[in-house]
Design a protein around this ligand. Structure first.
Ligand SMILES: [Zn+2]
Length: 463
């Protein structure tokens, strides 16, 4: 059974089809795309149909912390990522499996409502407080998978290997919830790979927390074990988020983090370098040429005061990049891309910083930002979507042409309008693998998801 959609304006890799015909099979895969109406009944969709975006970096539970750490005290006059981390650890100490799932379900529903159809979940709270494994060693991972299933969001789960509290340092009490041996870690990956039989939109990749938390021999052993199970597995790591981290890795391992990875494990297109905020010229050249994706989390990096990623230099070097919402100060595609571009405009004191002129063509910033993030997200998640062409997963996001954000816009400027202007969210309907999960801006299970989140937040607060 196939369904044929006539989309008023359909995003294509090199422009738009107006209208475009999209044929989707019963498995949720795109059978054909074209300007000619195929035989059979047609469902008409008004507005702008764009591919769903893969969010390349999330710690779902950190959503519960957003807005709770925006103050200073005399004892904490100097506030940065490391002082924020103390607050985050206080949340970790109180997290239950039920709360983990309820918070994730809310965050994943929000992602869908902003046009994201998959998430790379960088998941590190594995065990009970004190470090004892749950009866089901994959309990917390299973909670995230349940939240993704319940909302209909595609998921690339990235269980995180975490072994040390810093280079050569033991873990803190809170961090015991994160720790695995390499063998225990690979066993978890194996278990999660088995979960794919029951979850069609689930992928499993590897994550090293950072070069501070994983020693070189542990990193090599985990990578070898993962590649033996899946040679094409996606590999994620936090790198270079702060100058403090760069200095610690330089002192402990003798090179800056990205340079160390280039020299010691080799980088390639399967890698996602999360944050990669602080890069020198040689790291930009080497990592961009490797095909690795810079995993940018603009609003989280801004709230943490991390610093500016060298976006213009990286993009000009042909570097791939995409966006994640990390600690979920926002789950909005438009907000993340807007602060990325506009932050650079403030810094460089000019307009349209990422778009570069090409003879005979107008290069639009919104379109370029969206398309680049789309490709980077798909590269990091391996979900099989990312483009509305035959053979790809049918992840379709319909933008409402009657939203104030889009009134007066045609296909040439619709993405500029969505990404760079207005405050209303124009995402109306969202399809993941051929199935509508958001319609008219709402999720079918929205009230229950909100209620569960409300209950989880009140328990976290009163404990
Ligand atoms: Zn992170």
């Amino acid at each position: 059974m196939t369904t044929i959609y006539e989309v008023e304006h359909l995003h294509q890799p090199n422009g738009w089809l107006s209208p475009g015909y999209l044929e989707v099979d019963a498995e949720g895969v795109i059978l054909s795309v074209g300007a000619v109406r195929p035989e059979g009944p047609v469902k008409r969709l008004s507005g702008f149909g764009v591919p769903g975006l893969s969010n390349l970096h999330s710690h779902a539970f950190q959503r519960s912390l957003a807005g709770h750490t925006e103050f200073v005290t005399a004892a904490r006059a100097e506030d940065n990522l490391w002082t924020w981390r103390e607050e985050m650890y206080r949340t970790v100490d109180r997290l239950t499996p039920e709360a983990y799932e309820a918070i994730a379900a809310l965050v994943y529903m929000e992602m869908l409502q902003f046009g994201m159809t998959a998430v790379c979940e960088f998941h590190y709270v594995h065990h009970q407080a004190g470090g004892k494994s749950y009866v089901n060693a994959a309990e917390m991972s299973d909670r995230l998978i349940a939240a993704a299933s319940r909302t209909g969001l595609g998921m690339t789960i990235l269980p995180v290997l975490y072994a040390h509290g810093g280079i050569g340092k033991p873990v803190l009490e809170t961090q015991k919830r994160f720790v695995h041996s390499v063998d225990g870690y690979l066993k978890l990956i194996e278990t999660l790979r088995e979960r794919r039989a029951a979850h069609s939109n689930l992928q499993v990749g590897l994550a090293l927390h950072s070069l501070r938390a994983v020693a070189p021999d542990e990193a090599r052993a985990a990578l070898a074990g993962m590649r033996a199970m899946d040679p094409r597995a996606r590999l994620h790591i936090h790198v270079s988020e702060t100058t403090h981290e760069v200095e610690e890795v330089q002192a402990g391992l003798g090179a800056r983090p990205v340079q160390w990875l280039l020299d010691n494990v080799g980088l390639g297109s399967e890698w996602c370098l999360v944050h990669a905020t602080h890069l020198d010229d040689s790291e930009i050249a080497g990592a961009a040429a490797s095909g690795a994706v810079a995993g940018l989390c603009p609003l989280t990096e801004a709230t943490m005061g991390d610093g500016f990623f060298p976006l213009v230099e990286w993009h000009a070097a042909g570097g791939n990049w995409g966006i994640g919402t990390d600690s979920h100060y926002s789950t909005s595609t438009a907000e993340e891309l807007r602060i990325l571009e506009c932050g650079k405009r403030l810094e460089l004191r000019r307009r349209n910083v990422i778009a570069r002129p090409e003879a005979g063509r107008e290069i639009h910033s919104g379109r370029l930002l969206f398309d680049t993030a789309l490709a980077g997200g798909e590269q990091c998640s391996a979900q099989g979507g990312g483009s509305l062409v035959a053979g790809r997963r049918a992840d379709l996001v319909m933008l409402d042409p009657d939203s104030p954000v889009l009134l007066g816009h045609g296909p040439d400027t619709a993405l500029d309008a969505w990404i760079l202007s207005g405050t209303r969210n124009p995402v109306r309907d969202v399809m993941v693998a051929g199935r509508w999960v958001i319609q008219g801006g709402r999720h079918a299970d929205e009230d229950r998801i909100l209620n569960d989140y409300r209950a989880a937040m009140s328990r976290l607060k009163t404990k």
